[in-house]
Design a protein. Structure first.
Length: 135
């Protein structure tokens, strides 16, 4: 099965006069935790309730370790870590926690997961003829 792509025109923020065509993925739907749990149930000796419980607990436990400043490595899947951005100041003694501007959750896929994605095929559809969206 191929990932469907669509053609869209986007303007370059630095050069508004010259728009170019790009490929972007067409969303084909969303899979939720229940669907993932059903797939895992079918491949294991665990019941659907057991799998859902494990996944639900993982969602609750991951932030506990991340809030302690630890990265979380799920072998064969990938690792999660927190990234912080801050305002800049001239002197280190003037830098405080209040200067934090944002926090992001980063995920780095494992080599195993990346290998399992090899062989992806793509199918390009017709161009999106609507003008680029602002915002």
């Amino acid at each position: 099965m191929a990932i469907k792509l669509k053609k869209i025109m986007r303007k370059n923020p630095q050069d508004q006069a010259h728009a170019k065509w790009y490929l972007t993925q067409e969303k084909s739907g969303t899979v939720g935790m229940k669907e993932i749990a059903k797939e895992i149930e079918g491949r294991s000796a665990l019941s659907l309730g057991d799998v859902q419980s494990v996944l639900s607990n993982m969602v609750e436990i991951l932030p506990v370790f991340l809030k302690l400043g630890q990265s979380v490595n799920l072998e064969g899947f990938g690792s999660f870590r927190v990234s912080v951005s801050s305002e800049g100041v001239d002197k280190p003694e003037d830098l405080h926690a209040r200067h934090v501007k944002g926090v992001k959750l980063l995920f780095l896929a494992s080599n195993n997961l990346k290998r399992n994605l090899e062989g992806i095929t793509f199918e390009v559809g017709s161009p999106d003829t609507e003008p680029p969206q602002k915002g």
